[in-house]
Ligand binder design. Structure first.
Ligand code: ADP
Ligand code: MG
Length: 316
């Protein structure tokens, strides 16, 4: 199968299935065309995933298809953007039909689930690498940035933390138990919190998605906003499965492990009170923004030394 047949066979059907009127022209021409409604901003981001760095060697292609789009979509969620479309630059060592079939299946289900239409891409030969550009839109000026946190704001996170990172220990496990399975699902099938991000538009003062660990990613908000924060380790939401498996260590996973793709936001107490009940129910208050700089971690009110954490590709 030649390059163009491959693209037509595996990827054009995904584009057709996800067709949306905002993508005026999908794959097949030199560029795709996206129509932006008047009064909206285009919000876009690109993410690269390299085999052996962002996913294990010989990783299941169907899971990779889901995961690559979920992690890219998560950046749109953090900005409060409505998802629209994406492009995929795929570098493959060879055109293995089984691999492509599995990958396309995972990608198609993620595209449908996240409401992102495949608008185009590029297919080349080389070490397995995926780059996905995702496009979303927001009403003009309403994207949630990292720089809006103010002293006195609450710090909140969605869902539970630490599970996906803790699952790395079980990736090679032949016969994982129910708790291990629950964590593995968090790693293999991350959810981008797109609907939550949209619901937080106009309420959250800042937001980031947790890809590298809470401490690292909250740190980006603090740096961009020029503020400090304190968080209470005992308040971090942790799943029952992680508690059973990791015991006391669960809180360290929740603090430092990456790959959860939950949202960390800041929000003023007034905005918190006016948030719809169901949205508040999806968030846990874990701390408070302060003036100054740095992140203080308390444990039942006692201050605690901060373990350096979070994933940084260039840290030596
Ligand atoms: P060009 O050479 O003009 O960059 P290509 O020959 O690389 O175009 O691609 C032909 C068409 O197929 C383009 O419209 C491109 O968007 C689309 N395409 C290529 N690879 C993919 C892919 N993996 N998924 C979806 N569309 C793709
Ligand atoms: Mg061209």
């Amino acid at each position: 199968m030649g390059e163009f047949e491959l693209i037509r066979h595996y990827f054009f059907p995904i584009a057709e299935a996800g067709h949306t009127s905002a993508v005026v022209l999908g794959p097949g021409d030199d560029c795709a065309i996206q129509q932006i409604e008047p009064g909206r901003d285009l919000v876009f981001s690109v993410d690269a995933l390299v085999e052996g760095v962002h996913f294990p060697p010989h990783y299941d292609p169907e899971k990779l298809g889901w995961r690559c789009l979920a992690v890219a979509a998560s950046d749109l969620a953090a900005m409060g953007a409505d998802p629209v479309c994406f492009t995929l630059a795929l570098t493959l060592p060879d055109a293995d039909p089984d691999w492509l079939h599995g990958f396309a299946r995972g990608l198609a289900s993620a595209a449908k689930h996240f409401g992102l239409a495949l608008a185009g891409g590029d297919t080349t030969r080389g070490p397995l690498t995926l780059s996905l550009q995702v496009h979303g839109t927001v009403p003009r000026g309403q994207a949630i940035r990292r720089s809006g946190a103010r002293a006195g704001d609450y710090i909140c996170v969605s869902g539970t933390l630490g599970g996906a990172g803790a699952a790395l220990d079980y990736l090679g496990s032949d016969n994982p138990g129910a708790d291990e399975q629950a964590l593995l699902v968090r790693y293999h099938y991350p959810e981008a919190r797109l609907d939550l991000g949209v619901a937080l538009r106009g309420y959250a003062s800042a937001a980031v998605d947790i890809s590298d660990g809470l401490v690292a990613d909250l740190g980006h908000i603090l740096a961009a906003s020029g503020v400090a924060a304190s968080i209470d380790a005992t308040r971090l939401p942790v799943s029952a499965a992680l508690k059973r498996l990791a015991g006391e260590d669960a809180v360290n996973h929740a603090m430092n492990a990456g790959d959860d793709y939950e949202l960390c936001i800041t929000i003023s107490p007034q905005a918190w009170e006016s948030l719809p009940e169901d949205i508040r129910g999806r968030l846990t208050i874990i701390g408070e923004v302060k003036s100054g700089e740095g992140l203080a971690i308390t444990h039942n009110g006692q201050s605690q030394a901060l373990a350096a954490g979070g994933y940084d590709h260039f840290r030596t």
